[in-house]
Design a protein around this ligand. Sequence first.
Ligand code: ADP
Ligand code: ADP
Length: 232
Amino acid sequence: AAPLRLVNVTLEYPDGGGTTTALDRVSLAAEAGQLVSLVGPSGSGKSSLLATAATLVRPSRGQVIIDGTDTAGLTDKDLAALRRGKVGIIFQQPNLLPSLTAVEQLIISDHLRGKPAKAARTKAAELLDVVGLSAGARKLPHQLSGGQRQRVNIARALMGSPKVLLVDEPTAALDHERSASIIALLRQVTTEFGVATVMVTHDTEFVPLTDVVATMRDGVITAPVLTRNGAQ
Ligand code: ADP
Ligand code: ADP
């Protein structure tokens, strides 16, 4: 089954006496190794969908199923554990800690998951190699370019070996060339690690590199369209 499934998800925000419907019976699935792009105008519900899929927000109605577990029945504590174990989140801003080197950013994220430091070191080195940053392992964030910081961000999200990767406008602050290489990297790691990736993007130019495109408008999602063959 798909590592990520949203079934008839509705999300309402309280708004004065009433409610704003940010998501209206949205259904979406991402298979292992699939890169799904989510496009649509500002205010259409893309961030709300990502936050709901990330289990950071509980839907008003409907199901969010992560690696076969329906999250509705979980306590906040169990939900946090599921998120740590199965979900990688990449925000627009890398949010790196200013005083830690690239390799340390990765190791500390694993340490916070309670994993032994030695295994973390090996894994961090491997992942920095995958994202093309072996040479930058000992650099601080301010010594890295914006594109390199985003690579650290991606490597960090993969440290927990997630089944689901959720990515919010990863190229928002990058120039065209760097944007293309970041999307290519997300394409590569999605396939290589068999993770189910959903990426919000305004850059429709990169949609052909993704397997599926879903368009949002006013909290409603169109039927996802296959854009590419040979996803698996
Ligand atoms: P997008 O990411 O596509 O720009 P959002 O998911 O941010 O869209 O917003 C969808 C709708 O939900 C919009 O009408 C927005 O104003 C509303 N919204 C988003 N976040 C909140 C919030 N925390 N409280 C109330 N309304 C919100
Ligand atoms: P580069 O040299 O790769 O273009 P810079 O280090 O000059 O990147 O960064 C340009 C600006 O963009 C900085 O203010 C930085 O904080 C910001 N920035 C870099 N990467 C991102 C990102 N992925 N998301 C949001 N802002 C970013």
